[in-house]
Ligand binder design. Structure first.
Ligand code: NAP
Length: 482
């Protein structure tokens, strides 16, 4: 079930949230601590769906500023007026919890909130909450790393063995996947925002996204989980691409974002739950030590951007290299062409390696000469100091630096004179048409956007994840709507 938290803060705002999120919601939670001057009867009659009445205290992350007895009276009134559930904090006086549990007007959701880095030990917390006799046990705790969703999984596993209805949520952006995957992990329900910007708790996502993008209510224990790991990953478009591809292909799979700082903890506790994942900055190199096998290309490049599980083993590969060169070769074969790669990071390394493999005569240049020289040496290529670039003749020019990326869209890494009548490829894909590409076009050159590379590498990933070649035209259409 998807529960939408109605937060107001005005009565009319609350009614509007009920109206707009109704198609995506199974149950409404009215946050009586957040909706100003709410006449309860009016609120409760705004929907025919079951309702949870919640009046959260400040020290539990809510906004209720009255006394404890006023709060209890509000919840009692909500139960009498027809709320199916009342939400009580675990810290509420034991006698009051017992009174609500005995009272048959409404069922009790017992909530335990934990803020800060200290996460309680799950088995003993569960036992304490279970002893109250509440109908639903809800554990919500703050996380800053996706590795910590493991506590939610553990809570739900204990509840499942105990045949107890339970909700477990890792709050914050790093815990987003725990909200999406609740059914996979056996949760009774998940909480969602009525709309973006109306979140009742950190990391809440909208009910529409849960239902439409992630298909959350259709997920089962058998659903395969994929995702992207990195830090930061806010800019990643993977969820908007892979999820619609799964839906179109009728594939029982979901793709989530996993912001990861602690790679070791993630690989130990969460990776075993995944069938595959994309890897982005800063883990492309570090992830290799946790894999059972890394293919030749990824090993030579020294970076893995895709991991898949086959027969229990984790395999790493790199789709950036082929993605970039396939994009360039749609316009011009690189064999025997002189090609400049400007940059010496992960993208430069992948592109230079694959260009050489396909027969190009590759030169490396970079802002920091020492780093550029080292890359050239490692891949057996020549290095050109950026001061001497204008004296060289290249047929293909590749930007593999982040210069020109949003928000610095008016910057170009290379002078216009160098681009004259060249084929210019920019790895930067946000924006799709960079200053470098605009300059190249106006200098009579041909251009290839980083979006082509992005789509190619994502298509290769999708094929590795699903075993089926995705339709690139559909991928482009999906991305143009993001
Ligand atoms: P990275 O490993 O951090 O490397 C960054 C590179 O950019 C280094 O060569 C660095 O030079 C250079 N650089 C940064 N700021 C610069 C500046 N102000 N002036 C000149 N050079 C500068 O990053 P990466 O993973 O290789 O990614 C590079 C770009 O490729 C990013 O924009 C990324 O989004 C893009 N990319 C695109 C795709 C795609 O699918 N289209 C895939 C992967 C990456 P120094 O050595 O001097 O610091």
């Amino acid at each position: 079930m998807i529960i939408v938290s109605v937060t107001g803060p005005t009565m009319s705002g609350a009614f509007e949230q009920v109206r707009t999120s109704d198609p995506f919601t199974d149950l409404f939670e009215f946050r009586l601590d957040m909706i100003a001057g709410a006449p309860l009867s009016l609120l409760l009659s705004s929907t025919r769906k079951p309702v949870i009445a919640t009046c959260r205290k400040k020290d539990e992350g809510g906004m209720f500023a009255g006394t404890e007895s006023e709060r209890v009276e509000i919840l009692k009134a909500a139960a009498i007026l027809g709320a199916e559930y009342v939400d009580l904090e675990h810290s509420t006086d034991k006698r009051i919890i017992a009174e609500f549990v005995r009272n048959e007007n409404a069922k009790v959701i017992l909530s335990h909130h934990s803020f800060g880095s200290k996460i309680p030990r799950v088995p003993s917390l569960y036992a304490r909450m279970r002893s109250t006799g509440a109908d639903v046990l809800k554990f919500a705790y703050e996380v800053s790393d996706s590795a910590d969703i493991r506590h939610a999984v553990e809570f739900l596993e204990i509840a499942k063995r105990d045949r107890q209805k339970a909700v477990a949520i890792a709050m914050g952006g790093a815990g987003e996947s725990s909200r999406i995957l609740y059914k996979k992990f056996g949760g009774w329900a998940t909480y969602a925002a009525a709309e973006v910007g109306k979140e009742a708790a950190p990391g809440q996502i909208s009910a529409r996204q849960l239902r439409v993008l992630y298909n959350s209510e259709r997920l089962t224990r058998r659903t395969k989980v994929f995702g992207v790991i990195g830090n930061p990953i806010g800019q990643s478009k993977g969820v908007y691409l892979h999820n619609p591809l799964f839906h179109r292909g009728d594939i029982d799979a979901v793709y989530c974002r996993f912001p990861v700082h602690n790679l070791a903890a993630f690989m130990k506790h969460v990776a075993p739950l995944l069938t595959g994942f994309s890897v982005t900055i800063p883990h492309k190199q570090a992830v290799m030590r946790y894999l059972d096998r890394v293919d030749e290309t990824a090993r030579a490049i020294g970076a893995v951007n895709t991991v898949v599980r086959k027969r229990g083993y984790l395999y790493g590969t790199n789709t950036d290299a082929a993605g970039a060169l396939d994009a360039i070769e749609k316009v011009m074969r690189v064999n025997r062409k002189t090609l400049l790669v400007f940059g010496a990071g992960g993208a430069a390394r992948a592109i230079a390696f694959e260009a050489k493999r396909r027969g190009a005569i590759v030169h490396i240049s970079n802002r920091t000469a020492k780093r550029g020289m080292q890359l050239a040496r490692e891949l057996g290529l020549s290095f050109v100091d950026r001061k001497h670039l204008s004296g060289q003749r290249f047929e293909i020019v590749v930007n593999a630096t982040s210069v020109g990326m949003t928000p610095d869209v008016n910057r170009s890494p290379l002078p216009k004179a160098l681009l004259k009548k060249k084929l210019v490829f920019d790895a930067v894909y946000n924006p799709p048409m960079t200053k470098l590409l605009t300059d190249a076009k106006s200098a009579g050159g041909r251009v290839v956007s980083g979006t082509e590379m992005y789509i190619n590498q994502a298509a290769l990933q999708s094929e590795l994840y699903t075993g089926k070649k995705p339709d690139v035209t559909i991928m482009k259409k999906i991305l143009s709507q993001v």
